[in-house]
Ligand binder design. Structure first.
Ligand SMILES: Nc1ncnc2c1ncn2[C@@H]1O[C@H](COP(=O)(O)OP(=O)(O)OP(=O)(O)O)[C@@H](O)[C@H]1O
Length: 254
């Protein structure tokens, strides 16, 4: 279980969030939504223990799989080596990957559809390819909690679909607690059990996506009207949910 209790973070005089109670048990996923600068990364960093809380308490497992918003360049390392670092991290700074670590790295790469890139140099991958590799690295840690900061921001539509399937399979295996931030409410609707909508430091909505990712709530969050469309296509594994932003209509909002 990863949780925050009565948590708050303040930078100078500005509270980013406060009075926050949040817990994500194994077997569930939580999407965190909010406009730019609202505090999503600060919240994830607080959950990871990288950001000290100004008030409140944090409870988390010793190892968390983390996909940062911006990756270092890892100059000269192969994709497999980068993914394998996810496994050795828990054994100490100077540990070397074993044959089993490399095997686990390949399995994780398989899971995100990047096995064929294993021998490529990580620093020569595209932005979207790197995001998938970093997701594989987080999976390869074997951690039960995965914290993903905008993990799909550079992915094309096909790879967004792949990413959503990976999250879904991690959720279905009942062995992971998953938290991710996103600017795409449809990703929350498709891959999360619960959503946290950050309206302001002390103003938020937290609950099942069916109750939180609604046209009214998303319009209030971004100041843009949206329409939510459910599509139940014949032969599809399950219904799809789309959130369509009505660009150019913000002025007509109350
Ligand atoms: N260490 C810090 N000191 C002071 N202010 C900070 C610090 N870290 C973040 N901030 C500020 O806190 C606010 C929240 O930042 P954060 O990165 O958490 O937002 P975000 O919701 O993740 O934004 P985005 O969607 O643009 O990635 C921003 O205004 C940022 O400038």
């Amino acid at each position: 279980m990863t949780s925050l209790r009565d948590a708050g973070v303040r930078f100078g005089a500005r509270w980013i969030f406060r009075n926050l109670d949040l817990s994500v048990p194994v077997g569930r996923s939580l999407a965190i939504l909010g406009p730019n600068g609202r505090g999503k990364t600060t919240l994830l960093r607080s959950l990871l223990g990288f950001q000290q809380l100004t008030e409140g308490r944090r409870e988390a497992p010793a190892v968390i799989g983390y996909v940062p918003q911006y990756a270092g360049h890892e100059v000269g390392y192969s994709v497999r080596q980068v993914v394998a670092t996810g496994r050795v991290a828990r054994r100490g700074l100077f540990a070397q990957p074993t044959a089993r670590d490399m095997e686990a790295a390949d399995e994780a790469l398989d899971r995100v559809g990047m096995r064929g890139f294993g021998d490529n140099r990580f620093d020569r991958l595209s932005g979207g390819e790197r995001q998938l590799v970093l997701l594989a690295r987080a999976i390869a840690t074997g951690a039960s909690t995965l914290v993903l900061d905008e993990p799909a921001s550079a992915l094309d539509l096909r790879n967004q679909d792949r990413f959503l399937s990976v999250i879904e399979s991690l959720r279905a295996d009942g062995e992971h607690a998953i938290l991710f931030t996103t600017h795409l409410p449809q990703h929350a609707a498709m891959a999360a059990d619960d959503a946290l909508l950050m309206f302001g430091p002390d103003d938020r909505m937290l609950g099942p996506v069916e109750e939180t990712v609604t046209e009214d709530a998303i319009a209030r969050l971004y100041g843009i009207p949206v329409r939510i469309v459910d599509c139940d296509l014949p032969g599809a594994m399950r219904p799809a949910r789309g959130v369509i932003p009505l660009f150019g209509q913000a002025g007509s909002q109350p």
